[in-house]
Design a protein around this ligand. Structure first.
Ligand code: SF4
Length: 167
């Protein structure tokens, strides 16, 4: 059986959903015979340009560069899964969508002229086709493992697509 090539990518986010994946250490070892993590900057310096069987995406789109980057990742990925409220709904950073983002930038940064950002924070699905959304803030690690196991077995994940509030 060929191992599935897994890439994990971060956009605007706090890293908490990626940490959920890292906390699955023991289970990931069990899956090691079936998946190969080829791109996961949070955990490894390996940078693989793709293609990927599965791409896990954390975070929202807040810059033009990231809008371009997610299109490139989509192009390289057979299955693209968004993980967490930032990726699926825009996250807390989407508060800017209903405010004057220039005013926000000026009140936070000493040199706002160096900040390049979009006026909105948008979910990944606003930019590219998404195959599966795993919601929550952070995501539930057991649901994440179920999604990975399902994708390895070429079946549909048995997890809710609706928001899960943990804590
Ligand atoms: Fe962090 Fe929550 Fe966004 Fe996940 S969904 S990256 S835990 S803020």
């Amino acid at each position: 059986m060929n191992k599935k090539r897994l890439g994990v990518f971060k956009f605007a986010s706090c890293d908490g959903c990626q940490l959920s994946l890292l906390s699955c250490e023991d289970e990931l070892i069990e899956l090691a015979g079936m998946i190969e993590i080829v791109h996961f900057l949070e955990a490894s310096s390996r940078v693989d340009p793709g293609p990927f069987d599965v791409a896990l995406i954390e975070g929202s789109i807040t810059t033009e560069k990231d809008a371009q980057r997610i299109r490139e990742i989509r192009h390289q990925s057979k299955t693209l899964v968004t993980i967490g409220a930032c990726a699926t709904a825009g996250g807390i950073q989407a508060l800017r969508n209903w405010a004057d983002h220039e005013e926000f930038i000026a009140s936070v940064y000493a040199h706002p002229e160096y900040i390049e950002t979009l006026s909105t924070s948008t979910p990944i699905a606003d930019h590219v086709a998404v195959d599966f959304e795993l919601r929550g803030c952070p995501i539930d690690r057991h649901q994440l493992l179920e999604v990975l196991a399902a994708l390895i077995a070429d079946r549909s994940p048995r997890t809710p697509r609706h928001s899960v509030c943990i804590e």
